[in-house]
Design a protein around this ligand. Structure first.
Ligand SMILES: *[C@@H]1O[C@H](CO)[C@@H](O)[C@H](O)[C@H]1NC(C)=O
Ligand SMILES: *[C@@H]1O[C@H](CO)[C@@H](O)[C@H](O)[C@H]1NC(C)=O
Ligand SMILES: *[C@@H]1O[C@H](CO)[C@@H](O)[C@H](O)[C@H]1NC(C)=O
Ligand SMILES: *[C@@H]1O[C@H](CO)[C@@H](O)[C@H](O)[C@H]1NC(C)=O
Length: 566
């Protein structure tokens, strides 16, 4: 996961550079940032004729209606539980109203700008303009922000405004205030350990699982069945980004070594989004994700969803994949992603809110959307020595996804790297209010002022995220990170969905209301904490009940089946 976190990211440690930004007369400030990520330097005004490919995200016609519909079909006590929406039903909420499209179109036309309406729900407007025009159009001040480690320049503004009549029709404009590190596959993953594993076989017993985690360990630990799933309509999607490719040869070696009971030639399908491919180039992250889905969700059809570089969503394809899947007739019922952004603050409020709304669409379709919570403990996604404050990683802080934190050792304890905490952008959703309030009450004045008790708490659940054996480029090795936790948890959900489909029941869909209504279905993790490398701060302690290190806990398959009504 670190490749991704490094590649997308910003550091949690931010330098204060600016004060507030007053908008011009007739315009409303849409977003501003008061600091820039620590790895960036401001090199002054951008050249006026530099061209910018702009995107305007139009407001959904009925965003709140979509949220209500999502919760209505995802809350176990609701009479409509499991009645997931069709893509047409989602579109009726999500497509912008004609007034919105007209207002923004008329504004751009009056500014002499040629534009195109884009996106599955016709909710984006795209156009190219020079910096000089963008400064005028958005009351902005575009500057060159240089990412010091790579010298990559991002042309961004510390603030932007929209005409009063337009502001209410727009979610976000990109590129504006989000400053994120460039993708750089050469940075390479920084796994905690990648040493040759001891000789471990499929008949490893749990005693060895303190040193090396294999599928057999997880089956024993969580009660995950080894018997094959039976439903061909059940699908588990595994996303891949930043030129990370899953290797069939490595998967074959992995299955031969650690799942001797199944066909070593068990493969996976490939779906390409934004020109994504799957080259013969081993990637630790992609191999981990594929090996712990194909190798754990026995006989569940797995699709590797490769998201390529041809994305223009402003967020490395993170929005495109959600939008594409949400518009499909039969999207995968579970999607796991082990990539993310270190800090919701780096991404900014408007863009992360917009992205989160895209995941809401997927949930409404009945898709369980899982993300690794991040590997930087309370400091966000990235290791750092001296953290001035807690940071929430994204998309983990989005209330419409399920964030999976990490554990290690037997019996399990929170692993230090497991990102968790509270959002500053998203309020506490109703489904977790009791759980987060109980935790906040329990820790009393500890960390007061360093976290936002009224924010969305994450992660929601956890699974093993340390000393996980994989095969990569022909070698066995151990990896660490919530990158492992998310595919493991996703495999459990896919196996439960297999049984639900066989019983002609709806799949679990958006998981969180079900998770918080069924805390008894999880192994509550009550020790360990998640300082990450922010040792100057310390981390949130895992305790009885929900905690921002391990959420509600790790899977107990039979109890989860019972909670699913099976
Ligand atoms: C692992 O297995 C190989 C081949 O069977 C053997 O030569 C080697 O000594 C074993 N290593 C350990 C640490 O047991
Ligand atoms: C799951 O919970 C049941 C009921 O408490 C327990 O008997 C079982 O041992 C648990 N399974 C695992 C794998 O811990
Ligand atoms: C705390 O979270 C709430 C709810 O999301 C938000 O409105 C508020 O701005 C946050 N506070 C800070 C200091 O960021
Ligand atoms: C939260 O707690 C209150 C009071 O105990 C209870 O009435 C309510 O149902 C709980 N809500 C959830 C979502 O569990």
């Amino acid at each position: 996961m670190r490749l991704s976190w490094t590649a997308f990211v910003f550091s949690a440690c931010l330098l204060s550079t600016r004060g507030s930004h007053a908008p011009r007369a007739g315009m409303l400030l849409h977003e501003e940032r008061d600091d820039i990520p620590v790895d960036f330097v401001n090199r002054g005004p951008a050249t006026p004729d530099t061209m910018l490919d702009m995107r305007v995200a139009l407001k959904m016609a009925d965003r709140d209606g979509l949220e209500t519909a999502l919760l209505d079909v995802s809350t176990p006590s609701s009479p409509h539980y499991g009645r997931h929406l069709t893509s047409e039903e989602v579109r009726a909420f999500a497509s912008p109203s004609p007034e919105t499209t007209d207002a923004v179109s008329d504004w751009l036309a009056s500014e002499g700008i040629t534009f195109k309406v884009d996106g599955a729900d016709a909710d984006w407007i795209t156009f190219s303009i020079p910096v000089s025009k963008a400064n005028e159009l958005l009351g902005a001040s575009y500057e060159n922000f240089v990412h010091s480690p790579t010298d990559v320049v991002q042309v961004r503004t510390m603030a932007y405004s929209l005409p009063e009549a337009i502001s209410g029709h727009v979610d976000a404009v990109y590129p504006t205030t989000s400053i994120t590190a460039p993708r750089d596959p050469s940075l390479g993953p920084m796994f905690e350990a990648y040493t040759s594993a001891p000789n471990v076989t499929a008949d490893a017993v749990p005693a060895s699982c303190n040193n090396v985690i294999t599928p057999a360990c997880l089956q024993a630990l969580y009660g995950i069945p080894a018997t094959p799933a039976t439903q061909s309509s059940n699908k588990l999607g595994v996303t891949g980004f930043i030129e990370q490719y899953a290797q069939k040869a490595d998967l074959r070696d992995f299955l031969s070594l650690l799942r001797r009971d199944i066909n070593p030639n068990t493969g996976f399908a490939l779906q390409s989004i934004d020109g994504g491919v799957n080259e013969a180039l081993a990637g630790i992250e992609a191999n981990l994700d594929i090996e712990y889905t194909v190798g754990l969700a026995t006989a569940v059809p797995v699709t590797f969803i490769s998201v390529g570089a041809l994305n223009a969503d402003g967020v490395q394809g993170f929005m495109d994949f959600a939008e594409v899947l949400a518009a499909e007739r039969n999207p995968p019922q579970v999607v796991t992603t082990s990539y993310g952004f270190d800090s919701e603050r780096g991404l900014g409020r408007t863009l992360s809110t917009r992205l989160c709304n895209s995941y809401m669409k997927l949930g409404a379709r009945g898709v369980s959307v899982l993300f690794a919570s991040g590997d930087g403990g309370v400091g966000g996604g990235q290791p750092k020595q001296n953290c001035p404050r807690f940071e929430g990683a994204f998309p983990a802080t989005c209330p419409f996804i399920t964030a999976v934190g990490g554990t290690h050792n037997i019996p399990e304890t929170a692993v230090a790297l497991s990102s968790g905490g509270f959002s500053n952008f998203f309020g506490t959703p109703a489904y977790q209010k009791n759980a987060t309030a109980a935790y906040v009450a329990r820790i009393g004045s500890m960390y007061q002022g360093m976290y936002n008790a009224s924010g969305r708490g994450f992660p929601d659940v956890a699974a093993i995220g340390d000393k996980v054996e994989i095969v990569n480029a022909g070698d066995a090795g151990l990896v660490a990170g919530t990158s492992a936790s998310s595919p493991i948890f996703a495999s459990v959900i896919a196996l439960i969905n297999d049984r639900l489909i066989a019983a002609r029941k709806p799949v679990l869909g958006f998981l969180n209301p079900w998770i918080y209504a069924n805390p008894q279905a999880f192994n509550d993790i009550t020790s360990g904490s998640n300082p990450g490398s922010c040792l100057n701060i310390g981390g949130f302690q895992a305790t009885a009940g929900w905690d921002p290190a391990t959420g509600q806990g790790t899977p107990n398959f039979s109890k989860m089946l019972a909670a699913a009504g099976l």
